[in-house]
Each structure stands twice: as C-alpha cells, then as structure tokens.
Design a protein around this ligand. Structure first.
Ligand code: KG4
Ligand code: ZN
Length: 292
C-alpha cells in the first residue's frame, strides 16, 4: 500500500499535504482484507493528523455514477440502484447520501458469483464475468432453454443458483457425447455462454423496471462489477429509450472494485458532515454491515 500511495501521489502531482481526509473501506467483506486497509488508513491518519472516514463498500459502488465523466449525466435523487457485484445483488431506492432502502436482493448466489461459477464450468479463469461476456458474443441465440429464475415471482428478489445448475446439466450432457472436434466444443461453450448471459440479463432488466415502476423513480443507476457487462448495459439502454427512464453508469473502469469510489463516498460524507460511521481505532471494521 505504501508504494501504491506514493505512486498515486506522484502520478497526480500532489503531496500528502494536499490530501484533506483519508477514507477507507470499513466493511462489509473478509476481515483480513478489511484489517489491512483499516490499519493502514488509521496509521496514515495518525501520522498526518488528517480526519478519517470509514466507508461502506456498497455505498462506494452506489455513488460511483455521480463521478460521471461527461459521457453520461449524473443521476438525480431519488433513484433506483441495481447493485450487482461478486458478493451482492440488490435493488435499492436511494433518496440521498446515506438514505438507502432495500427493495429486493438475491436469496442465494450473487449475479457476479453466477458469472464466475458458470465461467469455471466453461473452463475460464476466475473471475470470469468479463470472459463469459466476450465468449457470449460468439454464441447463437436461444440454443439452450435456460431458466430465468424468479422472473415472475412478483417481488424484487433474485435467485441464481438454479441457473448455474442448469448450465452444469448442459455441460454434463455435452461431455457425455465425448465430442473431440475443437470447433464444435468452442461453439458449444459460446452458445451456452450466450444463453446464460441472455437469461441473467433478462432477469436483471425485468426486476429493475419493476423497481422503477414500484417506486415511481425515473432514474436507474447500475453499479458493481457486473455493471461493466456490455450486454446488460445495451439491454438497459434499449428499455430506457422505450420506457422513458434514464440509466446512469459509472465510467467503465470504475465499475469493478476501485479506490476512487471509496475516496469519493468518503468525500461526500465529509461534505455532508454526516460521517455515518464512527471510527475508533485500527480494528474497528465491520465484516457484516447492512447498508440500510
Ligand atoms: O464489484 P466487484 O469488482 O467486486 C465485488 O465487490 O464483488 O465485482 C466483481 C464481479 C465478479 O464476479 C466479476 O466476474 C464480475 O464482477 N464482472 C463481470 C464483468 N466484469 C466484472 N461480470 C459480467 N460481465 C463483465 N464484463
Ligand atoms: Zn465491489
């Protein structure tokens, strides 16, 4: 972290004196990783006498579209956020900084987890979300009839473990045929990737639209690693045009985990003077932390 901080300061032509406050991810997540960041941030704060802000990881994702780079307009409150990462799949109503209402979430696997597990079944490296998305571009539509879990459940919850199992069943069926032609194998993988992406995108888009209708919001924010998925972005853009709502994305490189979104959420908390979290020492981390 020390060489990284030095490089960031050097690249931006700043010194540590130019820094107003230090933000760090206080939770949720694996305690070991959180402790590393927390200990570093606390030490830096102590050494420099700069204020410290503990940030909720998902709040970082959620507010990252406010960092719009000019290619898209920042969203206005209130908005609906679809948070899709490796650990979370949630629909939230966001009325302001720190005002978050959970509308629905996954009952089992997260969307990113479904991408990663399916990628593994197709022989791709972890994390495989981006690779599946690319592979799906070579796939043909509707070759496999995969389930779209909870599409008509009437609520805003999700479930993705059945989809992963359906992919596994198709892989087993194909393997039983002992196909050796590499072109046929490659086409099978691409077709299955395509059906998987189409199924998961259909569910995410449909539930997002339902959330907009239910809340009366006209702005949708897409955040989290899966928000980098181009098929999802294209499908949401199409729906937005047809149904008169606006979709907001963070710049593509700020979709997956990054330090900018944590610094930004920390800055907003400082400006709003409602630092939601009190930090009382290097070990004050929250591995489990409800955003609400
Ligand atoms: O938000 P994130 O970087 O980390 C967590 O907080 O979990 O999300 C990581 C997840 C991984 O599951 C990864 O496979 C997925 O985001 N992901 C994608 C894409 N890029 C990253 N999933 C689908 N399509 C992508 N282009
Ligand atoms: Zn994340």
């Amino acid at each position: 972290l020390i060489p990284l901080l030095n490089k960031a300061l050097k690249d931006s032509g700043r010194t540590i004196q130019d820094v107003d406050a230090i933000a760090y991810t206080q939770g949720p997540g694996l305690a070991g990783a959180l402790l590393v960041g927390s200990a570093f941030a606390n030490a830096l704060s102590l050494a420099t006498q700069k204020p410290l802000v503990g940030v909720h990881h998902l709040e970082g994702h959620l507010l990252s579209p406010l960092l719009a780079d000019g290619s898209s307009r920042p969203p206005e409150f209130p908005f609906v956020a679809l948070l899709v990462s490796g650990g979370h799949t949630q629909l939230m109503k966001v009325c302001g900084i720190g005002q978050y209402e959970l509308l629905g979430e996954t009952l089992d696997d997260a969307a990113g987890e479904a991408f990663d597990k399916t990628a593994k079944l197709l022989g791709l490296d972890y994390p495989g979300g981006a690779a599946i998305s690319k592979l799906a571009e070579q796939g043909r539509v509707r070759i496999f009839d995969l389930p779209k879990p909870m599409l008509h459940s009437g609520d805003l919850d999700f479930s993705f473990s059945g989809l992963k199992t359906a992919v596994l069943n198709q892989v087993k069926k194909f393997e039983a045929q002992s196909v050796t032609d590499p072109n046929v194998v490659a086409q099978f993988h691409a077709d299955l990737a395509r059906s998987f992406v189409d199924a998961i995108v259909a569910v995410l888009v449909s539930k997002s639209e339902k959330a907009l209708k239910q809340t009366g919001c006209k702005h949708l924010v897409l955040a989290g690693g899966v928000g980098a998925n181009l098929q999802l972005r294209n499908a949401l853009n199409e729906k937005a045009q047809a149904n008169k709502f606006e979709v907001h994305y963070p710049p593509l490189e700020l979709c997956t985990d990054n330090g900018v979104m944590i610094a930004f959420a920390g800055a907003l908390r400082m400006l709003n003077k409602n630092n939601g979290s009190t930090t009382s020492g290097a070990f004050d981390i929250k591995p489990r932390w409800d955003l609400q």
